[in-house]
Write a protein that binds this ligand. Structure first.
Ligand code: SF4
Ligand code: SF4
Length: 469
């Protein structure tokens, strides 16, 4: 499936095509016959090309924008229902040799440096398990001396090995710098979930300015990382850009072109897309970058991503506050982080303000986030079943595109929520969660599955754990 041509210096995301796309979108955005045609195609829920989606993003007609929001909600319901998957980041080390201008971990920064020992990782993992987390995203700066691949691999083993009370981390996604096929294969063999790497920006000239030094300066090597990851047998990869650095429309088109490239080359698009925005941090002022994105525009970007790639999970972190998160949940976000600490060692020590990668806007506890989701009629899910059942890559996408995956997602959400309620929930959350589960069991269409879930819920009540479909 792999197309060797794609090795040519990140050319699959041609700057000229991005510019042509933006120009095309500007020209036709007020032509309602074109916009209506694209919306009609989008309703088939098979996705849109980067050009089509860019037209929707450029369109400012109020009625059409409302239609875009409604359609995003509708597609979200069809593919994800009312479930929201929870995760937390775990920062291993902030040593970094790169010079990214928007990140306080850049090598010239005077931020205190810290790298967790395996004992400290164990302690952080226990703290995360004690909140109820089952799914982590491991983060580390790029530093071949302090954070070599062996350190990451050992850390993964440590995390997966911690069993504290009923806790368990069942899936660890990894967000580390672009690396070699050989190292990706090692990560795959260590049992990672999704490999996540943000492109930051698809504006090549802007990228090179924002990354003036270190291995990350190499745009092509960074952009082709997902190709190498796939060749290293990692078949779930997560894309993302840092909105706010450069022109949002350019980032949006580039992101979708990247997804199209993966689909064309490997038969499987990105597992997830993250939509972070630049946030204040030590020495970082979002206003100093070119591409500020308002909350309204941010919502429209999320809605257009949902429409363009209906089968791809969308992630929003605690970089965003409660109200923005609430709005984006409706428009397509399927995964959120909760109770995150963005400092190294932040779950055990008092949050160390001075080693944070960025300011967290949503500072609620995990239990508060769970209660909030339940009150909004979402089903918080700690499900990690697909990765553990080998439903990854094209096997996952096939089930997802045909919407059959829903037959697993919903029951698994209810069973993992029940585990959370039994082990970690505050009394009010427990009461609200039990009522939600009772209501939602009725939404499982097959009687046989309903009965199985009921039986497993009783087993969970009686102390058994880890049921999944
Ligand atoms: S964004 Fe990543 S690579 Fe860049 S300085 Fe921060 S930690 Fe290092
Ligand atoms: S069943 Fe698979 S797709 Fe659904 S929530 Fe669980 S891991 Fe995700």
């Amino acid at each position: 499936m792999y197309n060797p041509k794609s090795e040519e210096a990140g050319e699959f995301i041609s700057c000229q095509e991005i510019l042509d796309t933006l120009d095309y979108a500007r020209r036709v955005k007020d032509d309602m016959s074109v916009v209506n045609g694209i919306l009609e195609k989008a309703r088939e829920t098979k996705g849109l090309t980067h050009r089509e989606a860019s037209v929707l993003l450029a369109c400012n007609n109020e009625d059409k924008v409302n239609e875009i929001f409604d359609l995003a909600f509708d597609i979200k319901q069809q593919f994800y229902g009312n479930r929201i998957v929870l995760f937390a980041p775990l920062y291993l080390s902030n040593y970094c040799v790169n010079g990214c201008l928007y990140c306080p971990y850049h090598h010239g920064s005077d931020i205190p440096r810290k790298k967790l020992s395996q004992d400290e990782i164990r302690a952080e993992t226990i703290a995360l398990q004690n909140m109820g987390h089952k799914r982590l995203a491991v983060e580390a700066g790029e530093d071949p001396v302090n954070n070599p691949i062996e350190y990451i691999l050992e850390s993964l083993q440590t995390i997966y090995g911690v069993r504290h009370k009923n806790g368990a981390i069942r899936r660890v996604n990894v967000n580390i710098a672009a690396t070699t096929v050989e190292n990706y294969r090692k990560l795959h063999d260590a049992g990672i979930g999704t490999y996540i790497l943000f492109q930051e920006t698809y504006d090549r000239a802007g990228y090179e300015e924002l990354h003036p030094s270190g291995p990350k300066h190499n745009y092509a090597y960074h952009t082709e990382a997902m190709d190498r990851a796939m060749r290293g047998d990692i078949d779930d990869v997560g894309l993302g850009v840092l909105f706010g650095l450069e022109n949002y429309a350019c980032e949006f088109a580039g992101l979708l072109m990247h997804a199209e490239h993966l689909e064309a080359s490997f038969g499987v698009g990105p597992h997830t897309i993250s939509v972070p925005r630049v946030k204040p941090a030590q020495g970082v002022d979002p206003a100093s970058f070119d591409g500020g994105v308002s909350d309204e525009l941010f919502a429209k970007i999320a809605a257009c991503i949902r429409i363009a790639v209906p089968y791809t999970g969308m992630i929003i972190s605690t970089r965003e506050g409660q109200s923005v998160r609430e709005k984006l949940l409706r428009l397509g976000v399927s995964q959120i982080s909760g109770a995150s600490r963005t400092s190294v060692g932040g779950y055990v020590e008092n949050p160390e303000e001075d080693t944070r990668q960025f300011e967290v806007s949503d500072t609620r506890t995990l239990d508060e986030v769970i209660k909030w989701l339940i009150d909004l009629d979402y089903v918080p899910s700690f499900c990690t079943a697909c990765y553990r059942a080998g439903r990854t890559g094209d096997r996952f996408m096939e089930l997802c595109k045909s919407k059959q995956i829903l037959n697993c997602c919903h029951p698994n959400a209810l069973m993992t929520l029940k585990e959370y309620l039994m082990d970690y929930a505050a009394p009010q959350t427990l009461g609200a969660g039990e009522k939600l589960i009772e209501r939602e069991i009725g939404a499982i269409p097959k009687e046989k599955v309903r009965d199985l879930v009921r039986k497993n819920l009783v087993n969970i009540q009686n102390g058994q754990r880890d049921f999944r479909l």
